[in-house]
Write a protein that binds this ligand. Structure first.
Ligand code: SF4
Length: 240
């Protein structure tokens, strides 16, 4: 977009502080079923699933963990087998050597420093080997203690398109979103953007004509005639 169009588009939609409330509300109606797509039963399974989800799809992780979690139930179990065996068991998630090393390192620290229990604080989660900020944010939010905003590829793209940030770096984007999004919504906001990104605001072909945010979005390709363009539809779950 040329600079003059960008300015005009931003003027049309108004300040982001006034838009963030309606954006969250409309997405919450549109994607009432938005939640984490990983399958887990325990805090440890959540942590392992999120660690395995790097560079692959949630569907693929779920396929692998269905059997994995029958064999590995406690942190001790990840240390009871040779690393090569664990690598074979998670091979299909990709980057299996790094992931197996991270899982075993995390299991060791969980046992040595946290009595085998997955911590809930972000700074504690970040002490686990192979657990970076995004993983820690996802786990903390799922455990009911969101302490930041998860920024993945969808959150990054939609935050930029919606004019909520001008940054490109995930840490800086998160900083902008933390200032903007009400704390009570830190947990669900990324899920709403992720599901909107999968269903409507698709990377290469955003469906602006179907989007409930069209009148709030400076990147919209349609000129909505009325606020709330496109009624919430209650969409079917996408494949992750
Ligand atoms: S209006 Fe278009 S670009 Fe903006 S959020 Fe909706 S689909 Fe994405």
């Amino acid at each position: 977009m040329a600079p003059s169009y960008v300015r005009e588009a931003r003027r049309r939609v108004g300040p982001k502080r006034e838009r963030i409330g309606p954006i969250v509300e409309r997405l919450a109606v549109e994607h009432a079923d938005a939640k984490i797509a990983l399958t887990f039963r325990t805090d440890l399974e959540l942590l392992v699933s999120v660690m395995l989800s790097a560079q692959t799809t949630d569907v693929n992780v779920n396929r692998v963990t269905e059997q994995l979690f029958e064999k590995y139930r406690r942190p001790e179990d990840y240390l009871a087998v040779p690393q090569e065996e664990l690598e074979r068991d998670i091979y299909q998630t990709g980057f299996f050597r790094q992931k197996a090393k991270a899982l075993r390192g995390t299991a060791r620290v969980l046992l040595e420093e946290f009595d085998g229990v997955v911590p809930r604080e972000l700074d504690e989660l970040l002490r686990l080997p192979g657990v970076a900020r995004k993983t820690a944010n996802v786990v903390a939010a799922e455990l009911g203690r969101p302490q930041g905003v998860v920024v993945d590829t969808h959150v990054r793209r939609l935050s930029q398109r919606l004019g909520l940030t001008k940054q490109d770096d995930p840490v800086r984007i998160e900083r902008d979103l933390i200032r903007l999004v009400p704390r009570a919504d830190w947990g669900r906001f990324p899920h709403l953007l992720i599901w909107h990104g999968r269903r409507v605001c698709i990377a290469r072909r955003p469906l602006c004509e179907e989007c409930v945010l069209a009148d709030l979005c400076p990147a919209s390709r349609v000129m909505p005639e009325r606020p709330g363009h496109g009624a919430p539809t209650g969409r079917a779950a996408p494949s992750a």
